[in-house]
Design a protein around this ligand. Structure first.
Ligand code: ADP
Ligand code: MG
Length: 725
């Protein structure tokens, strides 16, 4: 790329890159990263830094360690992968003391740059593959001709070398150069942080931080710069979320107060609420009694009794004639909710509140009846799936929107339902516990309530890892255990990661972090497991059926209903049964290839048993070797039944992208330096500063630089994106 910078142009964050770098380079950056403005480019921070000090010779490279090598490409080859489609690019490099192989999966394009004879700096973790040392997907920076003949060795000695996220078209060193050109001419950069906070937190001025993160003279420089810029990110995001929350709360809603009806309902329950349920319900009642919309998330362990709290809230709303809508993620759950709401209300309340169900699979006449009941206000509770979001669904007085298991829904859906009332109160239920500081980022615009305790009398669940690698002969024992429970009149689940050997489940069951592992195994599937179980003598009297995502939903529901009724002994399923299924007689959960599921997912699945009077047993079957991350997940689940502890472990084991919901999350959320998984304390601190600043000055009239920075970093879409999940 060649740089053209026109004299006299004043360069600020909102200057077009083309004005500084020229059209060609600007185009290259736009197509590589979508950047058009100076502010976007300067926020392209190095992924890491290399220094000469850490350079190692190939001969001395220890396996399992990070190494940075200066070396020359010796040979390059591409081959197909044995067990799956795709290619492996193998590049052999040498530094004169030895050879190391670099491998890249499905990145054959890199062969264009990595040609024999080229020199560069290569950094990555040294692994062993078939006895040879290799670096899989290393970071690298190739030297251009100029540097090849270099006299810059001395400067190198202490200067950290920034290594940038790069693409096929724009290499790390090209990013460094483009940034150099821009930083040379960049004017003063406005500081989003109020001066008193900057002083208290010992932050650098913005301009200096940008300079030092991209062109550090020594390690200390980029570390301090990064701390400053990370604080900026956290603070600006929290300001946006606090603003949004204040704005949402400024709308006028109908206040809903709990009266004798709610009292009577609670008195009619066959159990007393746990103290956690009581305090969460009290928080909800407090919120709804105000003439502003409630926006509350209730998180609670699987089986902690969130649903009954939601039903009590619906009864409260109905006391002033208001209606409630409950949105469930699947047909099966919508039905289950509907049935359990009817049962929980009891015959009298059920008759007066007239709950109706709306799903995509009802007969036309039923749908018409339900639509009418909702529109006339006669149905005080409307339970449904996505069908609820249809334009045909209207309410006379929608007072409360309840969203169950909300990690399955996006903010658009929450919004679509909310639009059907006049700023109705919103209650979101989730069984995936989230550590508080993460909740502050991901659910920044919601108030969070937590149900920690599980109703007493719940039976314990014992969890065992069945490691087939260590004990292959344990497999038959798994089925014996299942058969023993069935023989006692109990029921069981067998969960597998795929539908058939060639059709993986359609959702997120399969852990994509294993993509790079070449030795793909054939995973346990519904198609193979059902006949296997039916063929076992010890299960010859058992009725065994399958449920998975590709079944028509009425069939799925029929099976689950029959299972609920006790007519089916064993259900072989994919993760479609993960959320919310409540069958008290089920006592055994077998999960095959358990390592293919995430920690929270395993925990959720396990929560399907031990819900009645029988102790539960959960068998996590895995062929994974000890000391692998996948095995660690499985062992973690076996070690504790505390969902919050598991959520924390899950966060540590998962990548950031998984937490925020997709791999592009860094870009979309405006978070590139902050890690919600690790920066809890920082987020906490930023939150309290942000609350102070925004509550004192909601429109940020006195903080114009902050207001501009919020607008620049976080377009509406990305705030929505974060508020989602
Ligand atoms: P969640 O939705 O939080 O997973 P549910 O609301 O489905 O849990 O409750 C699980 C079961 O526990 C239901 O059968 C419900 O009737 C029962 N339950 C709820 N609260 C209590 C309580 N305080 N005491 C005893 N049982 C309860
Ligand atoms: Mg539930």
């Amino acid at each position: 790329m060649a740089w053209r910078y026109r004299e006299g142009v004043s360069v600020a964050l909102d200057t077009k890159l083309s004005a500084v770098l020229g059209d060609r380079s600007a185009k290259a950056l736009q197509s590589a990263f979508g950047y058009t403005l100076v502010g976007q480019l300067v926020a392209h921070y190095p992924r890491r830094y290399a220094t000469r000090g850490e350079l190692t010779s190939i001969a001395g490279v220890p396996v399992g360690e990070m190494a940075t090598l200066v070396a020359e490409v010796v040979s390059v080859s591409t081959r197909g992968m044995r067990a799956r489609t795709g290619s492996v690019l193998e590049v052999i490099i040498s530094d004169g003391t030895g050879l190391v192989t670099l491998t890249f999966f499905n990145q054959a394009w890199r062969a264009k740059d990595l040609v024999p004879g080229v020199r560069g700096i290569f950094a990555g973790k040294v692994g062993l593959y078939r006895g040879e040392r290799q670096l899989a997907h290393p970071d690298y920076e190739l030297f251009d001709e100029r540097e090849l003949t270099n006299t810059e060795g001395e400067e190198w000695a202490k200067r950290p070398i920034p290594l940038y996220p790069a693409t096929a078209k724009v290499a790390s060193w090209q990013m460094a150069r483009a940034l150099g050109v821009v930083l040379d001419v960049l004017d003063a950069v406005p500081d989003p942080i109020p001066a008193d906070i900057a002083v208290a937190e010992k932050l650098m001025p913005s301009k200096e931080a940008l300079e030092k993160i991209h062109r550090p003279g020594e390690e200390q420089d980029w570390r301090q710069a990064r701390d400053t810029l990370r604080f900026h990110e956290a603070f600006v995001l929290q300001c946006a979320l606090v603003q949004r929350r204040i704005q949402a709360a400024s709308h006028t809603s109908v206040a809903r107060t709990a009266g004798p009806g709610t009292e009577a309902f609670l008195g009619s329950l066959p159990f007393a609420l746990t103290s956690d349920q009581q305090s969460v319900l009290a928080e909800i009642h407090q919120d709804m009694a105000k003439p502003h919309p409630m926006n509350r998330l209730v998180q609670g362990e699987v089986g902690s009794g969130k649903t009954v709290v939601a039903v009590a809230s619906m009864v409260t709303v109905s006391e002033s004639g208001g209606q409630s809508a409950l949105l469930a993620p699947t047909e099966v759950l919508a039905w289950q909710h509907f049935r359990s709401i009817v049962a929980t209300l009891g015959p009298e309340l059920a008759a007066s509140m007239n709950p109706v169900l709306l799903t995509g699979n009802l007969r036309a006449a039923e749908t018409k009846k339900a639509l009418l009941a909702a529109a006339s206000g006669q149905a005080k509770i409307v339970v449904g799936t996505h069908a609820l979001l249809s334009e045909r669904v209207t309410f006379a007085d929608l007072g409360l929107v309840v969203i169950d298991e909300q990690h399955r829904f996006g903010v658009d859906q929450r919004e679509a339902l909310r639009q059907k009332g006049t700023h109705p109160h919103v209650l979101v239920l989730t069984a995936t516990p989230i550590p508080r500081t993460v909740a502050m980022t991901v659910f920044g615009d919601l108030d969070v309530s937590t149900i920690r305790m599980v109703p007493s009398g719940r039976q314990p669940i014992s969890t065992h890892v069945v490691a087939l690698g260590d004990h292959p002969n344990w497999y038959p024992r798994v089925w014996q255990r299942l058969a023993e429970e069935v023989a006692k009149g109990r029921q069981g689940f067998v969960v597998v990661p795929s539908i058939s050997p060639s059709v993986p489940e359609d959702d997120d069951a399969v852990d994509s972090s294993q993509e790079a592992s070449e030795e793909a195994r054939v995973l346990a599937s519904v198609a193979e497991t059902v006949p296997l179980l039916r063929g076992l003598p010890e299960l010859s009297h058992a009725k065994i059926e399958a449920v998975h995502g590709k079944l028509p939903s009425d069939e799925k529901d029929a099976v689950m209903q029959a299972f609920s009724a006790g007519d089916i002994d064993v259900v072989v399923a994919t993760t479609v049964i993960e959320v919310g299924i409540d069958v008290p007689n089920a006592s055994v959960m077998v999960i095959l290839d358990a390592d293919r599921f995430g920690v929270s997912q395993l925990h959720q699945l396990r929560g399907r048993v031990g819900r009645g009077e029988h102790a539960g047993v959960c068998l996590l079957v895995t062929a994974c070797e000890p000391d692998t991350p996948a095995r660690a997940r499985v062992e973690a689940v076996a070690a504790t039944t505390d969902g919050f502890e598991l959520a924390t472990i899950d966060l540590e084991l998962r990548s950031e992208g998984d937490v925020l919901g997709d791999r592009q999350s860094g870009r979309r959320s405006g978070l590139t330096l902050v890690r919600v998984t690790k920066d809890g304390e920082l987020i906490d601190q930023a939150r309290s500063y942000a609350t102070r600043v925004v509550e004192a000055d909601p429109r940020l009239a006195g903080h114009p630089d902050l207001a501009v920075d919020i607008a620049r970093r976080l377009d509406e879409a990305s705030v929505d994106y974060l508020a989602k999940n």
